[in-house]
Design a protein. Structure first.
Length: 296
């Protein structure tokens, strides 16, 4: 039987975004946010899970040493069987109105639209690949609502649960290719796309960022690239996007926290991207960029 290690820390609400970014940088696949509490679930079948459990308190202690009001010691550290994990996860995850247009709905929940204009994104996510309710996802959904005009040839880099690919199809983009480096995430995304008829024609492939994107999809260039991924892989992604995006095409990117935002902005400008809008939710940043129309 698969087992998970559940580890929780008491963290005040206004510090949670910062602590989440640190835990993810240290290797956490996902972080559950609650009232003054953060929780991670480590799959004991995954290599290095014990080492990661030892690393998380070290990172949190560094924050505490800088004067942040938090304790590096977990308030809970317990083992869960897979059936217990699934019950905990489903109890935590409910339908959420993420933007004025989009509501993310777990597949097991009977949810009725509140308005005819409301678009449902149905998810049955593995905890590791995101529920679609994190602040960075909300930023990206808002960004998509801003730039999509219809028919855009689109790449969703690091698709995870597939939430952005579904949203893009709801908004009327054209062909969509979704990528993820993790084979498990690719399978999760495919399963979620199947729950959303609007996204039935989205193609999902395993790729390290955009290295394995099929040349026949890129063709003469794509109109839109979206990426809600870890900050440490955004800089190497930028030149890859520059190579496949049409001049004047849009690049929407998030997963960026305060400490690295300036460096990401600098890299975007250096690769001929025009930053048309900056968005922020707590310590998280997103950028709406357009490749210079005169770019060669």
């Amino acid at each position: 039987m698969i087992k998970y290690q559940k580890v929780s820390w008491q963290v005040e609400k206004d510090l949670q975004d910062l602590v989440v970014s640190v835990l993810i940088d240290l290797g956490a696949d996902g972080v559950e946010q609650g009232d003054n509490q953060l929780t991670i679930y480590e799959d004991q079948g995954k290599e290095g899970w014990q080492e990661r459990l030892q690393t998380y308190p070290v990172g949190l202690q560094l924050l505490a040493d800088q004067g942040l009001k938090l304790s590096a010691e977990p308030i809970e550290n317990s083992e869960l069987a897979s059936d217990e994990f699934e019950n905990e996860w489903k109890n935590y995850y409910h339908a959420a109105r993420v933007t004025s247009r989009f509501t993310v709905v777990p597949a097991w929940e009977d949810y009725q639209k509140e308005q005819d204009s409301e678009q449902l994104i149905v998810m049955d996510p593995d905890q590791a690949f995101g529920t679609g309710t994190h602040p960075t996802t909300a930023l990206m959904l808002q960004a998509l609502e801003t730039v999509v005009r219809g028919g855009e040839r689109t790449i969703d880099v690091g698709t995870g649960s597939g939430v952005l690919a579904v949203a893009a199809k709801h908004l009327g983009v054209g062909a969509v290719l979704a990528t993820d480096i993790d084979e498990e995430a690719v399978q999760t995304a495919k399963e979620n796309l199947a729950l959303n008829p609007v996204a039935k024609d989205v193609t999902v492939v395993a790729s390290d960022l955009m290295k394995d994107v099929p040349a026949d999809f890129v063709g003469a260039g794509v109109d839109l690239v979206v990426a809600n991924i870890l900050a440490d892989v955004i800089e190497p992604l930028i030149p890859q996007v520059r190579q496949v995006l049409k001049p004047g095409g849009s690049f929407l990117v998030s997963g960026i926290y305060d400490d690295v935002a300036a460096g990401i902005e600098k890299a975007l400008v250096e690769h001929d991207f025009l930053i048309e809008q900056k968005m922020q939710a707590g310590t998280w940043h997103a950028y709406l960029c357009r490749l210079n129309p005169e770019s060669k």
